[in-house]
Design a protein around this ligand. Structure first.
Ligand code: 16G
Length: 242
């Protein structure tokens, strides 16, 4: 599988080969991969070359290292399409994963000026503030803080929040969720995120801010979330203007 005559650098060939083994499920999550020495002996390539391939795979989130123990296969990232306005519950179910939430706090607060502006409501209007850890197959994926005007998204309870907000809004309140704007940026996990997402300090997260609207244009939520960058990636298709 390593072709020394090929113009493709050897580290890159090894990287692609290991990637394939992971994507095809031949190497399984949390399985240890061979050591640098073993790869270098097996394929008669330098340890530097092996190291470069493994470093790239660690940086891209395919592998992780544990001090003194070795290098292991990471869980594959959840791919989230950027087309379509979906809920966390729908996204995970579509992938055959079991969604769940861990409620951290749930209260009604008066909207401070900035929040009121973002939700397009008067200052001090009551707003639900909900903090949840969103999980898939019991693994923490994101820490999510949602703000919803309480007199619009009525009757929230812990039971509803532990299931699906969007389902309650559409099925119980018969409101039509229509569109959202979303921004995504890279960051490093803050202390609260480190503990709730169970990552090491200094780990990368994707910060997402979503503002969502009903069909009549009313803003019904502002959601700030931190997604584990090692478990999530966003994909979208683009069309070149004719
Ligand atoms: C997603 C949305 C969030 C929405 C939630 C509803 C992002 C970044 N955020 O997490 O805005 O409130 O789904 O999920 O995608 P639920 O219906 O499962 O409660």
């Amino acid at each position: 599988m390593i072709d020394k005559q090929s113009p493709i650098p050897i580290y890159h060939q090894l990287e692609e080969y290991i990637k394939q083994l992971i994507e095809n499920g031949i190497l399984k999550p949390d399985e240890a991969i061979p050591s640098e020495r073993e790869y270098s002996e097996q394929y008669q390539i330098s340890r530097m070359t092996v190291r470069q391939a493994l470093n790239n795979l660690v940086n891209d989130g395919y592998l992780y290292r544990q001090k003194g123990r070795g290098t292991f296969v990471n869980k594959q990232k959840v791919e989230q399409k950027l087309q379509g306005l979906t809920s966390f519950t729908e996204d995970m179910k579509e992938r055959g994963m079991v969604p769940s939430s861990r409620l951290i706090s749930f209260e009604i607060i008066p909207a401070e000026p900035q929040l009121a502006r973002k939700l397009d409501i008067k200052e001090n209007t009551p707003v639900y503030e909900i903090k949840r850890v969103r999980m898939a197959d019991n693994l923490p994926m994101a820490l999510e803080t949602s703000y919803l005007p309480a007199n619009l998204v009525k009757g929230l309870t812990e039971e509803i929040i532990n299931k699906s907000l969007y389902q309650h809004i559409e099925e119980k309140l018969s409101l039509t969720i229509s569109e959202a704007t979303q921004q995504i940026e890279a960051s490093i996990a803050k202390d609260t995120e480190v503990s709730h997402l169970q990552v090491e300090s200094g780990s990368p997260v994707l910060l997402i801010v979503r503002t969502s609207f009903l069909q009549d244009g009313t803003t019904f939520e502002l959601v700030k979330s931190a997604y584990r960058a090692d478990r999530y990636k966003f994909v979208h298709t683009m069309q070149r203007a004719a």
